[in-house]
Design a binder for this molecule. Structure first.
Ligand code: DAT
Ligand code: MG
Length: 149
């Protein structure tokens, strides 16, 4: 089963949208496998967003993601990475389709509410960053056969 790492970013935390974001992914059929409330520090932010180091928005991105506690979640399911990103919508909220988290709840790219891994490999790397020393559990859901064929 594929896994993906989801972060409820500080804007969603401040706006009281943590469970709105997580609930949309859960209702999609994805299965929760790990959950943490944590404060991201600068080192963790730079490790997570390393691919963007040197870009003009990098410093702002680090400041944003470290601004207050966030929720980190692991969801699993068939095609979990693609399913989560589809439910999140495009990076730029004004280009995200209505019905998506970013399309319904966001306006600015630097306040786009949620992070989702961009590949199965990124997911495993990011789960390593955010769940180091913390349990990630695979469990049998009674409804699995009705969500996953
Ligand atoms: P995504 O979060 O959809 O995977 P990404 O990995 O390309 O997008 O970028 C990570 C985050 O960085 C993104 O959620 C918001 C910010 N970002 C990306 N491009 C940006 C830009 N051109 N200006 C400002 N912020 C940007
Ligand atoms: Mg990305």
């Amino acid at each position: 089963m594929e896994r993906t790492l989801i972060l409820v970013k500080p804007d969603a935390m401040q706006r009281g949208l943590a469970f709105e974001v997580l609930g949309r992914l859960e209702r999609r059929g994805l299965k929760l496998a790990g959950l943490r409330l944590l404060q991201v520090d600068e080192a963790m932010a730079k490790r997570h967003y390393g691919e963007h180091e040197g870009k003009p928005f990098f410093e702002g991105l680090v400041e944003y993601i470290t601004a207050c506690p966030i929720v980190a979640a692991v969801f699993e399911g068939p095609d979990a990475v693609a399913a989560a990103r589809q439910t999140m919508g495009s990076t730029k909220p004004t280009e995200a389709a209505p019905g998506t988290i970013r399309g319904d709840l966001g306006i600015e790219i630097g306040r786009n509410l949620v992070h989702g891994s961009d590949s199965a490999e990124s997911a495993e790397r990011e789960i390593g960053i955010f769940f180091e020393g913390h349990p990630v559990t695979t469990w049998e859901r009674g409804t699995d056969a009705w969500a996953f064929e």
